[in-house]
Design a binder for this molecule. Structure first.
Ligand code: FAD
Length: 482
């Protein structure tokens, strides 16, 4: 429980309407979009909630909140719009949740230098629409663009669907304003590039609320493209599709959208246009018209050289129109199922081994009913894989007569965590990166050493200890206990 005295002082500093303790206000922000939190809340096996929610309107408000938290040793959990999918938000009664969504000012759009500065709580789609009105684009289109904040993008190292040309969020961040755990304000980044020691912005990119609160974000922009066109191909095999992707990327072409679906996902996602047993590679091409035309011609040739055949180009616009559908976890729980997605990455020489190992290992988990993958972000050096799996309660624990019982949380949890374990281990064993763009949170925390190594993990703990010596920033998230 939070002390009454702290709540009084918070109300004095921010105004009474900015400090919320009612059941509804607090319950709405108990957790993020992590499916396991949803399952546990749905099956009433998880009861934690923050002691209070504060809704700062300005950077000065955030500083006041953090100073009071530091003085009283109160843990602070930053909250954007709660669309994170890894369990980065699970506060308890002793913690203060800082909801940043009232910090929603578009501070400045500079259409000569192509930068725009936002309060951290600005909704992603609102930010994009504001720059679009001036003929510009951020170029960052996560599927959750309307459900997430600019500060959340930075804090999770997010990637958008058009990343292959426009880059991931770390390529777009020009400057950051951050409130440190003692209330100090730092402003980092002031020119197009700097050789001025380590880039301190990266302490906060992907920190998931453990190093401070991001209050302002300046992003570099692009002018909207003159032309966009779509291409789609049937892939005779994953090997052929990956080879085509590699050749296209390494030739220097940059289709902003480049997605390869395995045969199972091609059937599920593009049934009217798919061929049984074949995958689909779809691409958007955009930019100056001359470059787009040259890219399309070159890509046609490279795809042909790998044995790919043209599919109906309707596939691209169909994907574009339906790409942001968000499933309701609860409907699946009712059916006794749990579904999740896991994104990893690998070098060109290792990615197929990762795909094969994950399909085999997840497929062997008791209760798994489906596992498949597509790639959605490509680089000169390799590509990501985005797995989707569905599991029912393992056969020996499910009650076959009652679907509500068979969806019993502990049984589904066993299958769910076994799937995650299988993906993390198979990826690491085959030389891949365990987290492409959703972050670490609680679900991936036990596997962070696969990415950083034990000495890297020790360095991260040292850094955390230096920035947040009293451990008040989002405790329990991201960094495994020693
Ligand atoms: C349907 C769906 C589709 C998605 N698609 C994508 C996708 O295409 N690409 C992608 O990268 N992700 C995707 N995600 C994941 C999620 O949207 C991103 O991680 C997003 O960046 C989170 O933003 P948020 O504002 O909702 O952050 P939250 O979920 O509120 O917070 C995420 C983490 O960051 C911390 N945090 C939030 N704001 C701040 C701040 N201002 N300062 C410090 N810490 C902060 C929180 O404490 C938490 O640990 C998707 C999620 C859903 C539900």
């Amino acid at each position: 429980m939070l002390a009454d005295d702290l709540l009084i002082r918070l109300r004095d500093a921010l105004g009474a309407d900015r400090v919320l303790t009612s059941d509804t206000d607090v319950d709405d922000r108990r957790h993020d979009y992590w499916v396991l939190s949803h399952l546990q809340a749905w099956s009433e096996t998880f009861d934690d909630r923050p002691g209070a929610v504060v809704r700062p309107r300005s950077t000065a408000d955030v500083q006041a909140v953090v100073r009071l938290a530091a003085e009283t040793g109160t843990a602070v959990v930053p909250f954007g719009l709660g669309s994170g999918v890894c369990g980065g938000i699970r506060p308890d009664q002793n913690m203060l949740l800082v909801d940043l969504s009232s910090m929603d000012r578009i501070r400045k759009i500079d259409d000569v230098n192509l930068v725009a500065t936002f309060d951290a709580g600005v909704n992603g789609l609102v930010a994009e629409e504001a720059v679009a009105a001036l003929g510009l684009t951020i170029g960052h289109w996560p599927q959750s663009i309307a459900l997430s904040t600019v500060g959340g993008w930075v804090s999770t190292r997010a990637a958008g669907q058009f990343s292959t040309a426009y880059g991931n969020i770390e390529d777009m961040v020009y400057a950051l304003e951050v409130v440190l755990p003692d209330g100090t304000l730092v402003e980092l980044g002031r020119a197009p590039r700097a050789a001025a020691g380590p880039d301190l912005r990266h302490i906060f990119l992907g920190a998931e609320g453990t190093m401070g609160i991001v209050t302002g974000v300046t992003l570099a922009l692009h002018r909207q493209p003159e032309k966009r066109t779509w291409r789609a191909f049937h892939t005779p095999s994953l090997t052929a599709g990956l080879e085509a992707q590699r050749l296209i990327m390494q030739a220097g072409w940059k289709p902003p959208v480049m997605r390869q679906y395995d045969a199972r996902e091609a059937r599920r996602t593009f049934r009217p246009w798919s061929i049984k047993g074949r995958g689909i590679l779809l691409m958007a091409h955009e930019g100056p018209a001359g470059r787009v035309d040259a890219e399309v011609a070159a890509v046609d040739g490279l795809a042909d050289s790998c044995g790919l055949t043209r599919a109906d180009d309707e596939v691209g616009p169909h994907w574009m129109e339906n790409r942001n559908h968000v499933p309701s976890w609860e409907e699946l729980f009712e059916q006794g199922l749990i579904v999740d997605t896991i994104e990893v990455s690998g070098p060109w020489t290792g990615v197929e081994a990762i795909y094969d190992a994950v399909l085999a290992d997840v497929g062997a988990v008791d209760g798994v009913v489906a596992v498949s993958a597509h790639s959605s972000h490509a680089y000169r050096t390799g590509v990501n894989l985005y797995f989707t799996f569905a599991a029912a309660a393992p056969a020996d624990t499910a009650d076959s007569t009652d679907s509500a019982d068979s969806a019993d949380s502990p049984d589904l949890e066993v299958a769910y965590l076994a799937c995650w374990h299988a993906v993390m281990e198979a990826t690491a064993r085959n030389g891949g990166g365990i987290a492409h763009h959703h972050g670490i949170g609680r679900v991936r925390k036990p596997y962070l050493a696969h990415e950083l190594g034990e000495s890297g993990l020790a360095l991260l703990r040292t850094l955390k200890g230096a920035v947040d010596p009293h451990g008040i920033m989002n405790p329990g998230n991201l960094i495994p206990d020693t």
